[in-house]
Design a protein around this ligand. Structure first.
Ligand code: F6P
Ligand code: MN
Length: 359
């Protein structure tokens, strides 16, 4: 039964043919997949595994760490440190890059990851994920933080796992975005979603509207127009979703289109956004672009942002190409002062400058 299905290993052999360092890259992706299977088993056990709840600790971002955050982090480190494939790793959960223990050889890649994205959702049994990015590392010396600070367009491979009703692994080596579903009975990832493609248009958006008062005018403009539906500028009704788990939002967008935004806001003036560039924004942006979508900060292609720090934050606007183009245009029009006055804060509903008030 089920013979002839394309397993992850078979896919990698075929997909990486002709790519420099194919064997090492394939082996590293298999190691990542092994960690993902372990994390999938832990998340699936839920309360029965004793993994839920918080540790009495905070991570480098000042966020409380869940037990599962720490266990997922260890699963990835242990699965990938021994094989002579990585020169170093960096994780959302570790302040500094994670060195490779002296007894292991160092390899040609850097692995950067968010071990459990959306982990505030674990206790409420909503989908969470693992996000990873693979960069190359030249030379023999152990990598310093500066070696990790490569723009997303330099990524060799990227992917995420989603721990939902089914566990899936979605990855790219720069030749399209492919989805695999974990067959739990035999423990293999099976190719189920070849060449995923994001529809260029969509009527679905995702943003945390509780932050609306902190948004910039172009984001207000876009969301207000979506909310106005068929009676407004867009002439059609939109739907909204917010799962608070980026991997789950992105997975939905890869399957049926849409836009996801965690834009620049003024909530905390020291942070240009909520999401982290190196292990959230960049890998997801590569997957989205490889599926025909777009990923932007609102003002520049996300994959072109030059990182300045490992845990740097970035505004993220991604998904269906034509919608992201439109939101970028709204940023341009705002920045050069040509935005339609309808959206200017001076002309909003409560403003004295409303045309009817002015007479
Ligand atoms: O890691 C950041 C993250 O958990 C994302 O997965 C998610 O999109 C976002 O934060 C949720 O943010 P908020 O708590 O504002 O809804
Ligand atoms: Mn995260």
């Amino acid at each position: 039964m089920h013979l002839g299905r394309t397993t992850l290993s078979k896919f990698l052999l075929q997909q990486l043919k002709g790519i420099e360092g194919a064997n090492d890259l394939g082996a590293l992706l298999v190691d990542v997949a092994a960690a993902v299977k372990a994390i999938s088993a832990m998340t699936a056990k839920g309360a029965l595994g004793g993994y839920l709840g918080e540790l009495d600790a905070r991570n480098v971002q000042g966020e409380t760490q869940k037990k599962l955050d720490v266990l997922a982090n260890e699963a990835l480190i242990k699965s990938c440190e021994w094989g002579g494939l990585v020169a170093g790793m960096a994780s959302e959960e570790n302040d500094e890059p994670v060195p490779i223990p002296a007894e292991f050889r160092r390899g040609p890649y850097l692995l950067v990851f968010d071990p459990l994205d959306g982990s505030s959702n674990t206790d409420v049994n909503v989908s969470v994920g693992t996000i990873f990015s693979i960069l190359s590392h030249a030379g023999d010396r152990p990598p310093a933080e500066a070696d990790f600070l490569q723009p997303g367009c330099e990524q060799v491979a990227a992917g995420y796992a989603i721990y939902g009703p089914a566990t899936m692994l979605v990855l790219t080596v720069g030749k399209g975005t492919y989805g695999f579903t974990l067959d739990r009975e035999i423990g293999n990832f099976i190719l189920t979603h070849p060449l995923m493609a994001i529809p260029p248009d969509s009527s679905e958006f995702a943003i945390n509207t509780s932050n609306a008062r902190f948004w910039e005018p172009p984001v207000h403009r876009y969301v207000t127009e979506c909310q106005a539906g068929r009676t407004g500028e867009r002439g059609r009704d939109f739907n909204m979703r917010w799962i608070a788990s980026m991997v789950a939002e992105v997975h939905r967008i890869l399957m049926r289109g849409g836009v996801f935004m965690y834009p620049r806001d003024t909530k905390d003036p020291t942070k240009p956004g909520r999401l982290r560039l190196m292990y959230e924004g960049n890998p997801i942006a590569m997957l989205v672009e490889q599926a025909g979508g777009r990923a932007s900060t609102g003002r520049e292609r996300l994959l072109d942002v030059q990182p300045a720090a490992l845990h740097q934050r970035v505004p993220v606007i991604l998904g269906s190409r034509n919608e992201v183009d439109r939101i970028e245009r709204y940023h341009v029009e705002h920045d050069n002062g040509t935005a339609h006055p309808y959206v200017s804060p001076l002309f909003n509903e409560r403003s004295l400058y409303r045309p009817e008030v002015l007479g």
